[in-house]
Design a protein around this ligand. Sequence first.
Ligand SMILES: CNc1ncnc2c1ncn2[C@@H]1O[C@H](COP(=O)(O)O)[C@@H](O)[C@H]1O
Length: 363
Amino acid sequence: MTASENAVLDYKALPKIELHAHLSGSISRQCLHEVWLTKKAAGETDLQDPLIEMPEGKHNYDLKTFFPLFSSYIYNLVNDAPTLRYTTLAVLRDFAADGVVYLELRTTPRAMPAAGLTEAAYVQTILDTIAEYEEEQEQSSRDLDEGRPGRLRTKLILSIDRRHTPAQAWRVLALAKQFLGRGSDNVVVGIDLCGNPAAPLDSQALSPVFEEARRVAGLGMTLHFAEAECSASDAELDLLLGWRPDRLGHVICVGERVRQQIVERGGMGLELCLSCNVHAGMVGGGFESHHFGEWWKVDEAVVVLSTDDVGVFGSPLSNEYALVTQHFGLTRAEICTLVRKGVDVIFGGEEEKARLRNILWVD
Ligand SMILES: CNc1ncnc2c1ncn2[C@@H]1O[C@H](COP(=O)(O)O)[C@@H](O)[C@H]1O
């Protein structure tokens, strides 16, 4: 039976929250193709058409083939401010069209020297685009003369990559502090650790940065955690938990000891990305063996279904909910409870939590 045949509710209409989405990995292939067409016509790119580079329907990128998609392809196409704006707008529209009402988008600040863009200008461009999109939604709801309570609100998390030098990591934290305190433009809400798990973690370089981040009032912290055996040694996991994160992403290769530690913390957000993990071969045994099954009923943790890189793995958030219904038999009420519980671990503040509690479905 397919996920949609087993539908217990309209997963697209269900208002949802997305807390683990990488900006560059969330750009659809169609959108990349549009960018490519424009650049090709202007003689600005020699790259292959994205629809050939990443054919529609191909989602089985493993950890070896996945990370180079960014460094050797997507970053060479999204390489100036207008393209960053265009692709970010498309990502926001896609999440909104899928029924996402609250989005924490994450991205690694990236200078684009050939286009004269600094890391700070990269972040500013994304924040301006989020503001532009929110204004666009305001306008369309005014035009329709209705409240549209379920519109998308977006916050930004800045990512530190495992391969970052200390100087780069400190710069990301400085940007997070800079954009955190900007009054009504305050849409940076957290800091993340991401990147290829095969890259060794330089604990001496990164610990002081994350320890300092923990001291910044109002800045949330989420870490990619135990994504692969090579990034799941006791030493690494103890180090990361020692930074006192609010949320963990993926949480795949954890043994009983670490699992117990997570439970004992109480209230830790777990951002679980089923399609990414299955398509990338990060978990064995298919969807029904995914560790979502072990966690979703644990009262001491807050599981939040997320997409990771919907542009690559092709499964929108609505489909992730359909998948857990199909493979773990959640009822409609359990799905609604799962979404609502996620509100506890958003980084977007009390006012946003209140808005969400008002609009998310009760059952
Ligand atoms: C398997 N899942 C994952 N695990 C770890 N890091 C990931 C990731 N998916 C994406 N990224 C991180 O996000 C960057 C692209 O988006 P941004 O340019 O930052 O918006 C990638 O370079 C990688 O560092």
